[in-house]
Ligand binder design. Structure first.
Ligand SMILES: CC(C)(COP(=O)(O)OP(=O)(O)OC[C@H]1O[C@@H](n2cnc3c(N)ncnc32)[C@H](O)[C@@H]1OP(=O)(O)O)[C@@H](O)C(=O)NCCC(=O)NCCS
Length: 155
């Protein structure tokens, strides 16, 4: 399998434990710095948010290696979450997935947007390298947007 090669499968209810662990592994350090991490609160928060019918599992080399959550509206394609297990980080999968969403956004004639925690500087660097630009700041996050080339904005 070539570097950065992946595919998606729909998430299932029994992916809960894998996805909870993935969230803890990949985001705990950042969550701790911003809000603090409490196991019980995080478990409850995750359970409440878990929506397997709308989430996708990233697979590489026949293994489950991450999660992807994308929400499309009439205005935009919103990349709500991408998390990859540590062993698969830095191997091109994340960039390849974001590029594929950029292709979808270009085909749909809509911007691709996302948000990133201020403390997650490496992820932000990746998005900026791919051409995303900041358009909104809140206390915890920066919102970034990529506009397809030649998109005529009516607003
Ligand atoms: C961010 C992430 C999706 C990128 O996917 P990836 O497959 O690792 O990325 P690629 O191999 O295509 O590109 C490498 C770049 O990704 C970013 N990256 C790699 N590991 C990262 C990590 N643990 N956390 C944040 N960004 C990371 C860096 O910018 C890296 O470039 P660098 O090595 O020059 O610093 C993935 O690393 C990840 O799941 N990180 C932890 C969770 C996270 O931060 N998700 C994003 C929330 S907005």
């Amino acid at each position: 399998m070539s570097e950065g090669s992946w595919h998606l499968r729909p998430a299932r209810p029994d992916d809960h434990d894998f996805l909870f662990k993935l969230n803890a592994t990949t985001m705990r350090e950042h969550v701790e710095r911003v809000w603090g991490w409490n196991d019980a609160d995080q478990a409850a928060f995750f359970k409440n948010r878990f929506a397997p019918d709308r989430w996708q599992i990233i697979q590489a080399d026949g293994e489950d290696v991450g999660v992807l959550i994308v929400e499309e509206t009439s205005e935009e394609i919103y990349l709500a979450e991408v998390q990859i297990v540590p062993e698969w980080q830095g191997r091109g999968v994340g960039s390849s997935i974001v590029r594929s969403l950029m292709n979808d956004a270009a085909a749909a004639g809509k911007p691709l947007t996302l948000r990133v925690l201020h403390v997650n500087e490496r992820a932000r660097a990746l998005y900026e390298r791919l051409g995303f630009r900041p358009f909104k700041e809140i206390e915890t996050h920066t919102y970034l947007r990529w506009e397809p080339p030649n998109r005529t904005t009516s607003r």
